[in-house]
Ligand binder design. Structure first.
Ligand code: RFL
Length: 401
């Protein structure tokens, strides 16, 4: 496409993708009176209902609050101050709130996305186009990049010139592919395991997150709301969700989460059932020319440690501040340091995911050596206050620096 033939000026920033990362960037830009346009391939209804994450770290919530983006969240989210491991037929509760004075917030991702869309589009008057098709990025290594897309109704191609592109289009977007091979390194890790991710229309069966470490495979319980609970079951990678009918799911959950004195699981219809092949990737650096990646577009953390949305928010906060500084004061130090500042937290969380994955999956590995080491690690968390504090620090996430 010949961009030189195009005339007119566009917004300062095009944000590709209306997930937690893109919407946070857009809201902060809008509050600073920086012009921006958000392009999203799905409809508003779809992004506001897509079920995913739910666990938010305290620093992220406080940072959203400072930007005026957490009113509903603070009014409605639940505080979580403990988690429970079940292994060897016993329940072991880790009261990380008592150990650290800090906690998690549980707030379903679709509610956060709904709040962020409303604030950006309806309250702050930001421009957003839903349902766009065939998004392409152009001229990223020039001072005047552009983003083009096809109109969903007419198929007509629109080109939007801008100063910067924020690539926030998640794991399956186009932004990451716009980075020229040879200019970036993509580190990838496959766990070689699958998780059956389930949403049950049933109230939580415990007041906290429960991790079942069982010789037949990991099982997890995570509250989402008083009506809906997320469960996970370790399964072979690539398994077919149809291999998991209602009865099989609940009997495996009951078995893998069984422990002395544990209350019975509250069962209900399964409203989501999909197999995740657990893997991670990290793109370094997270920028090329005028394109800056944020969130899952730049790095994926398997939902083992509930870190993905938190990392997406961390990137978004840094990127938005850096763009505002550049576009309102000509200060480009934030953009220059952006990738390195994000990647520090990204790798820290990758490390914790690896550690936790070993704990979750070791006893079911079929390798008695790994199983023995797993149980030793778990026992140490409950026998040693120092080990418990170290776990709590990583589980809660380090504060913003
Ligand atoms: P998103 O949320 O995927 O948003 C990207 C948006 O971009 C759109 N898009 C495009 N738009 C324009 N042009 C294109 N070419 C486009 N291609 C795609 C998409 O439609 C979408 O609207 O990425 P973002 O903003 O980076 O946010 C990342 C988080 O969504 C993700 O990390 C978390 O959901 C991960 N995750 C969890 N994270 C946590 O912190 N805590 C959790 O408890 C947690 N649980 C989970 C999770 C992810 C899960 N799945 C998806 C594997 C549980 C599950 C089951």
């Amino acid at each position: 496409m010949d961009l030189n033939s195009l005339s007119g000026s566009g917004p300062s920033v095009v944000v590709v993708g209306a997930g937690p990362a893109g919407l946070t960037v857009a809201n902060i830009l809008r509050a600073a009176s920086v012009d921006c346009l958000v392009l999203e391939t799905e409809s508003r209804e779809f992004v506001e209902r897509r079920p995913r994450a739910g666990v938010l770290e305290e620093w992220a919530v406080r940072a959203l609050e400072r930007r005026g983006l957490a009113d509903n969240l603070l009014a409605r989210a639940q505080r979580h101050t403990a988690c429970e491991f079940r292994f060897d037929g016993r329940r072991q509760r880790l009261p990380y709130g008592e150990l650290t004075g800090r906690h998690h917030w549980v707030y379903p991702q679709p509610l956060l996305v709904t709040d962020l869309v409303r604030e950006y589009a309806d309250v702050r008057g930001g421009e957003i186009r839903f349902g766009v098709r065939d998004v392409r990025l152009h001229g990223l290594d020039t001072a005047a990049p552009a983003v083009s897309y096809a109109d969903p109704d007419t198929g007509e191609r629109h080109v939007v010139r801008c100063d910067f592109v924020a690539g926030c289009d998640g794991a399956r977007g186009v932004s990451r592919d716009a980075l020229p091979a040879g200019r970036v390194r993509i580190a990838r890790h496959d766990y070689g395991i699958g998780w059956l991710a389930l949403l049950a229309e049933a109230p939580p069966s415990s007041d906290c997150v429960v991790f079942g470490v069982h010789p037949d495979g990991f099982a997890g319980h995570m509250a989402r709301s008083p009506e809906v609970t997320r469960y996970y079951l370790q399964c072979p990678p690539g398994d077919d969700p149809d291999n998991w009918p209602h009865e099989r799911v609940w009997s495996e959950l009951r078995r893998r989460l069984a422990a002395e004195g544990a209350p019975p699981l509250v069962e209900g219809p399964l409203i989501e059932k999909r197999v995740l092949d657990m893997h991670d990737y990290v793109v370094e650096p997270m920028a090329y020319g005028r394109l800056f990646l944020a969130g899952d577009a730049a790095h994926l953390t398997a939902p083992i440690a509930a870190k993905g949305m938190n990392l997406a928010l961390h990137d978004a906060l840094l990127l938005a501040d850096a763009l505002v500084a550049r576009l309102t004061k000509g200060d480009d130090s934030g953009l220059r340091g952006y990738s390195a500042a994000c990647l520090r937290r990204v790798w820290d969380y990758q490390d914790f995911s690896q550690w936790l994955s070993d704990v979750y999956h070791g006893t079911a590995s079929g390798d008695p050596y790994r199983a023995g080491v797993t149980l030793a690690r778990l026992r140490r968390v409950f026998d040693s206050p120092v080990a418990a504090a170290a776990f709590a620090e990583q589980y809660l996430g380090t504060d913003l620096v």
